[in-house]
Design a protein around this ligand. Structure first.
Ligand code: ZN
Length: 141
């Protein structure tokens, strides 16, 4: 059955989340910056720089040309890294992970089929996000 977490448990979870914040922000921003960097290289190799330098004809760049672009790309990648790292570190959020569960539960009758827009259950209970509950197996059934 669903049991509401105590304040202590919620605090404990927050502490654990906080301790992982630096590491998570570092991992997420590194991965995204790397994907950004790699995709730019691939794009340059496949379609070049577009019309800007080549009379609207998309032509792939030679590897020697791409090598010349690497310092600029590294700069952009670092900017991407910094923005995502700072965002995640200071907000405590992860950009590809939803913070709230999509499940909502009534704190009285424990029904679970609710949408986030509902706040009151028909039984008179309050509908809360599943993050505020924990699942405990029934012992007497
Ligand atoms: Zn209810």
């Amino acid at each position: 059955m669903w049991v509401k977490k105590t304040q202590l448990e919620i605090e404990e979870e927050k502490k654990i989340k906080k301790s992982k914040r630096f590491k998570n922000a570092l991992i997420d921003s590194s991965v995204i910056a790397f994907v950004f960097f790699a995709s730019q290289i691939i794009l340059l190799k496949i379609i070049g720089q577009g019309g800007k330098y080549s009379n609207n004809v998309e032509e792939p760049l030679a590897w020697t040309e791409i090598t010349k672009q690497i310092p600029a790309l590294l700069g952009f990648s670092f900017a991407v890294f910094a923005v995502i790292f700072l965002y995640e570190f200071f907000s405590g959020k992860r950009i590809w992970k939803k913070e709230t569960s999509s499940t909502y539960i009534c704190d009285r009758c424990k029904k679970t089929n609710y949408k986030s827009t509902m706040t009151k259950c028909e039984c008179g209970g309050t509908i809360l996000n599943a993050n505020e509950f924990k699942w405990i197996p029934d012992s007497n059934s």
